[in-house]
Design a protein around this ligand. Structure first.
Ligand code: HEC
Length: 168
């Protein structure tokens, strides 16, 4: 969640620079996200829920799709090739995944995966592949696909990962 090292990975320097240039909305979300209806067992609710710092910028943001379906489909194959050796796709959705990620943003997840995954060779995927795999994880969490692909510098990166109610 906190990344003390700002060292860019080889070949991804400009990508990381874009990520770092974003406001640190994820941290604001951590300290007081809109988590009032989070499960009671969630470790970071309680007092934090009293303040209502919104990480989602636009009121109509919920209507905006975050990724394109073909992008998520390519991400499914990237996941099979590069991630499934250590992860089941079912780990990237559901209650436990949501407890960790629902107060963080799409950009936080992207940054986390770029910096740390695959664990045995972090930063080894292309920017497009990292975006595809995040699009796939969004699909797994029940977000709808739209016309626009997820981009490394778009407004979708500031959106919270909290899954739509129907798919929790
Ligand atoms: C060589 C094994 C390995 C590979 C390959 C790998 N991971 Fe991981 N991954 C790990 C380990 C170990 C952790 C840390 C688990 C922990 O600390 O909770 C982890 C954690 C994660 C987390 C955080 C999980 C959570 O619930 O917070 C995500 C997201 C993730 N990996 C995504 C990926 C993606 C996407 C890929 C493919 C691009 C990938 N990983 C490839 C071993 C791997």
């Amino acid at each position: 969640m906190v990344f003390p090292s700002r060292r860019a990975l080889p070949g991804l320097r400009s990508f990381i620079a874009l990520l770092l240039a974003l406001p640190v909305l994820g941290l604001a979300a951590c300290s007081g996200g809109p988590s009032a209806e989070a499960p009671a067992a969630s470790p970071t609710t309680g007092e934090d829920a009293a303040s209502s710092v919104e990480a989602t910028p636009a009121p109509d943001a919920a209507a905006t799709a975050l990724y394109a379906d073909d992008q998520a489909e390519r991400g499914r194959r990237v996941f099979q090739d590069r991630c499934s050796e250590c992860h089941y796709s079912s780990e990237m959705r559901g209650t436990q995944f949501q407890w960790v990620w629902e107060r963080q943003t799409v950009g936080d997840l992207l940054e986390h995966i770029v910096r740390t995954m695959p664990e045995d060779d972090p930063g080894s995927l292309s920017e497009a592949e990292y975006l595809e795999v995040v699009a796939y994880i969004l699909r797994l969490n029940g977000f709808e696909a739209g016309a626009q692909a997820l981009a490394g510098d778009g407004p979708a990166l500031t959106r919270l990962l909290k899954a739509p109610e129907s798919s929790r």
